[in-house]
Each structure stands twice: as structure tokens, then as C-alpha cells.
Design a protein. Structure first.
Length: 471
């Protein structure tokens, strides 16, 4: 019983802290309990990771007393403020409608699909290759090495990407805070919990914006993909990138829809936390920030521009302060980078460009290639369709609903996806340190994994955006 308490109590406290915090932030907003739950949980886990990281900033090692004391004080303060806020406001009314039975059924199916994921995860306790060689390794340095924790930045450990930010390792350290030794249980539970939060936010984000009773369907499609399940319980940081990316977009869209600065503030926080995940997360956060200004202000005369900007930047600073500290005071130079534009030893070649484009084609459109192979009676040319055709279907939907997909309400997502992938391709091209075919083979599917929930959110929101008005 005590061991279970040590394992699960940090998760529970972290969730409740985030839930209490988001209740205060959105106290004036008409937001459903599920949205508060799925946004608040991620906010709480991000907050716990930042508290843990500041232990290393202030004490140059993990100070459990500091982390536990700050967490308790924050938890109690937020709990009291929530009680006061609840007493001042009338109790919310619960409205039930028979049409929600179908939604409830699809949500139950979604939850049922988590059973095989949890079962398979138990046979993968150390996660994938990057989990034990990068993220969990860093977490063990932070947990065990005391004031020698910065040894993980040694160039000899270049395979663990020492220059990457520390959100996931700090989060795992927090979940070990009541234990004497790091265990596989914390990162394993973390990966399952964040998968649930990610897809839950996809479901209820669509439910909130479209009122569609079928909002659980995209999450069911995603969760039924074997590759997605494997990457979900692999304990990779790409899962956190996917969650905070989707949370950022949801809050920005709600800002445009409601003109409430509270959502702008939350969007800034989630962008800041996204920047602390990994370099791809930092790139995504910067791109979204740049796009958010024309997105929020264009053709929106009712928007209080000064207030929205102020709240966005306050949230961004609070969320990104750990990123700024890590980048300027701790992050080592990226030694796995060779600029192929100027390098004479490893220059960019035409073959490198062809390989990148070919990998993108086969990763996204394998079913088309396999169909051609079947037509030409060449079974040896058939390759594994890892994504089960989901990207082919997505492209078809976009083409058939082009105007809806690029509507004023949500153009920020497709523009971001285009720019983000262009920059990723360009980086694959100019960084000639790695052999390109190996590099694409081990990383491209993870980049697609991190953006897939956002793509599904964009597609189905574009298809169902008229539902809210009609219902």
C-alpha cells in the first residue's frame, strides 16, 4: 500500500494542482468539466516538471524537500482559492440530453481501446531506444547524480542529445520524488497518462468547438493504429510535443472564438511549456507565436488587442522561463550538426534531396505504392503500411473540403503544418552529420506521430464547424 502511494501520489497531486489552477484561470469562462480536466492535467504535469527543474537551478541538485514543500504550498493555496471561488458562485447545472448517449458510447469504445495499450506497455517497461538512452537516462542523472548531474551534458554522451531541453526528464524525476531509486513505473505510467490526456483533449476539444456527438471517432481511429500505440508507450518526448501542440492550438482557437484573454494566457503557457520539450517543440512554439498575431487580429474588430497580447506574453514568459534558463545557462552546443551548405567533407548532394523526398512519399503514401505494385503484379515491391493509409485519407479529405480546411477560423493550423514540415525538411537537408536514410528511418515517423492529433483536430473541426450553429 505504501509503495503504491509513493508511486501514484505525485501523479494525483500534480493533476489536482493543475485542475485547481485552470479552474481559477477559467473561472469566468463557460468551459465544460472535461476541458478543464484534460487541459488542467497537462498544465499540472508541466508545472510539476518546472518546479523540479528549478530545484537544480537553485541548489545545483535535486532537493526533494524544496520540490515537495513548494508543491504542497501551491496545492493548498490553489485548493483554498478554489473553495472560495466555488462558494461565491452558484453551483453549475448539469444538463442531460438523449443525444449524448451516442457520444457516451463512442467514448466508452475509446476507453476500451486503452486496455490493450496498457497491457502491451507492461511488456515494454524501459520504453523505446530513445527512452532509455536519452530521456530516462537524463532523468536518472538528475535523480541520482546529486551535484554532478550536469555530467549528462558531456560530449561523450552525444547519442543522448545533451542539447535537448529537460521537460520530460524533470517530469519523470517528479514522479520519483517519493521513492529512493528510479523505477520503470513512473515513465511507463507517464506515457499512458499523457496518451489518454492527448486523445481526451482531441475528443472534448472537438466536442466543445463543434458540438458533434461523433467527436470521439478521430481518437478511435488514431488509437487503433498499431504504430501509434507503440510510439505512445515508448516513453518518447514526442508524446508531450503532441499534447502541448494540440493544447496550444485549442486555446488560440478559443481565444479567437470567445475573445477571452484567459484563453490567450493559457495558450501562451502551453506554448512556453511546448518549447521546453525538445528542439522540434521550440521550433513549433516560435512558429505558432508568429502566426498567432495575424490569426487573432485579422478581421476581428471586437478583439481587445492590447489585453490579448499582454496575457499571451505573460503566459508565454511563465511557461518558457525554464526554456530560457536552460538555453542560456545549461544547454551545450549541438555537436551532431554539420552545415552541408558550407562543408567540403559532407556537402549536400542531389541524392540526399531525392532520399528525403522518397522517404516522405513512402511514409505518407505507402498504400498508393502498394496498389501500384499489386496492379503490376509485383508482390516483392509491397512494403509495410505503417500508418494504415490514414495520411492518404487525410489528404483526400483536405482536397475535397479545401475551402473549409482553410477557413478563417482555423487557417493557422494548415499554415503552421506547411511551414513546420518545410523547416524540418530543410534541416534534414543541411545537417549532413547523420547518414540521411538511417536518420529518416528512426525519426520521421515520430515527427508525424507528434502532429497527427493536431491534423485530425484540424480536419474534423473543418468538417464539423457548422454543427455548433445548427445545434
Amino acid at each position: 500500500m505504501i509503495e503504491l502511494l509513493k508511486t501514484y501520489l505525485p501523479f494525483i497531486v500534480s493533476f489536482l494542482t493543475g485542475f485547481f489552477l485552470i479552474n481559477l484561470i477559467l473561472r469566468k469562462a463557460n468551459v465544460s468539466f472535461p476541458i478543464r480536466f484534460f487541459l488542467g492535467s497537462g498544465l499540472g504535469f508541466g508545472l510539476s516538471a518546472n518546479i523540479t527543474f528549478f530545484s537544480f537551478v537553485f541548489f545545483n541538485q535535486l532537493n526533494k524537500t524544496f520540490v515537495i514543500l513548494v508543491t504542497i504550498v501551491l496545492f493548498v493555496a490553489l485548493f483554498v482559492l478554489n473553495i472560495i471561488s466555488w462558494l461565491r458562485n452558484s453551483k453549475p447545472k448539469i444538463i442531460w440530453d438523449k443525444k449524448y448517449l451516442l457520444f457516451l458510447l463512442t467514448f466508452i469504445i475509446f476507453c476500451t481501446l486503452f486496455i490493450p495499450l496498457c497491457y502491451q506497455a507492461n511488456f515494454y517497461p524501459y520504453g523505446g531506444w530513445d527512452a532509455w538512452s536519452c530521456w530516462n537516462l537524463k532523468a536518472k542523472f538528475m535523480f541520482l547524480a546529486k551535484d554532478h548531474w550536469q555530467n549528462m551534458f558531456d560530449p561523450i554522451l552525444w547519442r543522448s542529445s545533451p542539447h535537448y531541453p529537460l521537460l520530460l526528464p524533470s517530469m519523470n524525476v517528479f514522479f520519483w520524488i517519493m521513492q529512493d531509486t528510479p523505477t520503470t513505473t513512473g515513465p511507463l505510467i507517464n506515457s499512458i497518462v499523457f496518451t489518454f490526456l492527448l486523445l481526451g483533449l482531441l475528443i472534448f476539444g472537438l466536442k466543445d468547438l463543434t458540438k458533434s456527438i461523433f467527436s470521439a471517432v478521430p481518437a478511435i481511429f488514431i488509437l487503433s493504429l498499431p504504430l501509434f500505440q507503440k510510439l505512445a508507450y515508448s516513453q518518447y518526448n514526442d508524446l508531450l510535443v503532441a499534447y502541448f501542440l494540440l493544447a496550444s492550438f485549442f486555446c488560440l482557437i478559443k481565444t479567437k472564438e470567445t475573445n477571452l484573454p484567459e484563453f490567450s494566457f493559457l495558450g501562451g503557457i502551453f506554448l512556453g511549456v511546448l518549447s521546453f520539450t525538445k528542439n522540434e517543440g521550440l521550433l513549433a512554439a516560435l512558429l505558432i507565436l508568429l502566426l498567432s498575431f495575424p490569426y487573432l487580429f485579422w478581421r476581428n474588430k471586437q478583439l481587445s488587442k492590447t489585453k490579448i497580447i499582454k496575457f499571451l506574453f505573460i503566459g508565454l514568459f511563465l511557461g518558457a522561463i525554464s526554456t530560457l534558463i536552460f538555453t542560456f545557462f545549461y544547454a551545450p552546443k549541438n555537436i551532431t550538426f554539420i552545415n552541408g551548405l558550407v562543408s567540403s567533407e559532407k556537402p549536400i548532394t542531389l541524392m540526399r534531396i531525392k532520399i528525403i523526398l522518397a522517404f516522405y512519399f513512402f511514409e505518407l503514401f505507402t498504400p498508393i505504392w502498394n496498389l501500384i505494385a499489386v496492379i503490376k503484379h509485383n508482390p516483392k515491391a509491397i512494403i509495410d503500411a505503417k500508418w494504415m493509409g490514414i495520411w492518404v485519407v487525410t489528404v483526400i479529405i483536405i482536397i475535397m473540403n479545401f475551402k473549409k480546411c482553410f477557413a478563417l477560423k482555423l487557417w493557422i493550423i494548415p499554415v503552421f503544418l506547411l511551414l513546420y514540415n518545410f523547416i524540418i525538411i530543410f534541416y534534414y537537408l543541411i545537417n549532413t552529420y547523420f547518414q540521411i536514410d538511417w536518420w529518416l528511418q528512426v525519426t520521421l515517423h515520430r515527427i508525424l506521430f507528434s502532429v497527427l492529433p493536431t491534423v485530425m483536430f484540424w480536419i474534423f473541426y473543418s468538417l464539423w464547424q457548422e454543427n455548433k450553429n445548427s445545434q
